[in-house]
Design a protein around this ligand. Structure first.
Ligand code: SF4
Length: 422
């Protein structure tokens, strides 16, 4: 989402005749688009800002700005700790940027704008993207779910969706720019709703666009995952057979305290249904260990879900308290040592499952979208299956953006290996 927002801001600036600088040292304007979702991300921004100060010291004309969720969350506190920052704009205030930059001197009372909007979806602004195979498109903003660990509803505000018409126009534009794959983005993507039209209807409209070969989306919420959505996956081959399905925790008391609004069994039933009905489906997930009050028995429940679902991939995190959230008030915190221990056990199990799931593809032929040179050899290409698995194979005259058929012959870690077949 932040990558998309950065492209959106770049689009705004290009309209004002700004051009990209090759490095911070060459830039007249440096904007950091920030994330508040974990404490570590915020710490990195403070460190980055103090590194950037040297450019401002050398040339006081250089402007430095902080955009996004951290701007929203910390506001004036940033100006106190980093007083050389010129601009602080929350995620709904990017349109203010050209006007601010046109002022010879940014007045301190104008420097901070973090008002949240119930309407802003940047429907009429198209991002300035770099070339590539996949383009991100934000279809909705904000979140109304209020998971107790999450800062997003406070930094990105209430849920609101773009119109299907403007999303379709943007997909047509990225198709004309040479992109073959689109990933539809939303904090809670499957709660998309615009004038009575729902997420699966949007997917069907996007799938009609010729030249777009693959459609992905992230991240859905299990509570809003319905049969209509499963049906479009089954019936429309452009909608990829990979679903990112965030579990967060497997124990019902923890899920309830997280306000995730589903139970372990509901999650398992849905995951089973998806796997049964969508051919070759890969499921990835997000998990948090060490949420306040999580006992070893609770953690075992999470491992039990992992064993039952056998996720293809997982993003695993130690719980990080975010001031201002409900969970930050819970006092029964888990020790750092226990968090670390649980995280390591979780990662170990996930590695086994990833390898197990990947090995099941050996001997299959898969349609692969060529992305770029492999990191290890320029004689090989890297591409992706519809189920989002990375595949490495020897080049045979194809180019990025081509669809090729690859026979899978090996799987190691998160990577499949194969060779092109006719
Ligand atoms: S659904 Fe996602 S974005 Fe919304 S509050 Fe929960 S974790 Fe945060």
């Amino acid at each position: 989402m932040n990558e998309y927002d950065s492209e959106l801001v770049a689009g705004l600036l290009e309209k004002q005749n700004y051009t990209r600088a090759d490095s911070s040292a060459d830039a007249q304007l440096i904007l950091l688009n920030t994330c508040s979702v974990r404490e570590h991300a915020e710490e990195k921004i403070h460190a980055r800002l103090s590194n950037l100060k040297v450019f401002k010291d050398k040339d006081p004309e250089v402007k430095i700005g902080v955009l996004g969720c951290m701007a929203q969350n910390l506001k004036e506190a940033i100006l106190e700790s980093e007083p050389y920052v010129d601009i602080i704009l929350g995620p709904d205030s990017y349109r203010r940027l050209p006007k601010l930059l046109s002022e010879p001197e940014i007045a301190p009372e104008n420097a901070v704008d973090t008002k949240l909007s119930r309407m802003e979806v940047y429907d009429d602004l198209f991002p300035a993207r770099r070339e590539g195979i996949n383009a991100w498109i934000s279809i909705m903003r904000g979140c109304d779910k209020f998971c107790t660990f999450c800062i997003v509803p406070f930094t990105r505000g209430r849920e609101r969706s773009r119109s299907i018409k403007s999303i379709v126009e943007e997909v047509e534009q990225i198709r004309d720019d040479g992109f073959r794959e689109v990933t539809l983005l939303g904090q809670n993507v499957n709660s998309f709703q615009h004038e009575g039209q729902r997420f699966h209807e949007l997917l069907l409209e996007v799938a009609k666009i010729e030249g777009i070969e693959r459609i992905r989306y992230t991240s859905p919420h299990p509570q809003d995952f319905d049969d209509d959505l499963i049906k479009v996956h089954i019936e429309n081959p452009k909608i990829c057979n990979h679903i990112h399905f965030p579990l967060q925790a497997g124990s019902d008391p923890v899920l309830e305290r997280m306000n995730r609004t589903y139970t372990k069994q509901h999650f398992l039933d849905l995951a089973n249904k998806m796997r049964e009905q969508i051919p070759g489906l890969a499921i990835s997930t997000d998990m948090i260990v060490g949420f306040p009050g999580e006992t070893e028995a609770d953690f075992q429940e999470t491992l039990d879900v992992m064993r039952q679902v056998q996720f293809d991939a997982a993003f695993t995190f130690k719980y990080s308290s975010r001031p201002g959230t409900k969970a930050a008030e819970f006092t029964d915190t888990v020790s750092e040592a226990d968090k670390q221990d649980r995280l390591e056990r979780m990662i170990k199990l996930q590695r086994e499952h990833t390898l197990l799931r990947n090995r099941q593809h050996i001997g299959e032929t898969q349609q692969v979208l060529v992305e770029k040179d492999s990191k290890k050899s320029e004689k090989q290409h890297q591409g992706r299956t519809r189920s989002n698995k990375i595949v490495i194979f020897d080049k045979a005259g194809e180019k990025p953006g081509d669809l090729v058929t690859v026979k899978i012959v090996d799987a190691q870690g998160i990577t499949l290996f194969g060779h092109i077949v006719d």
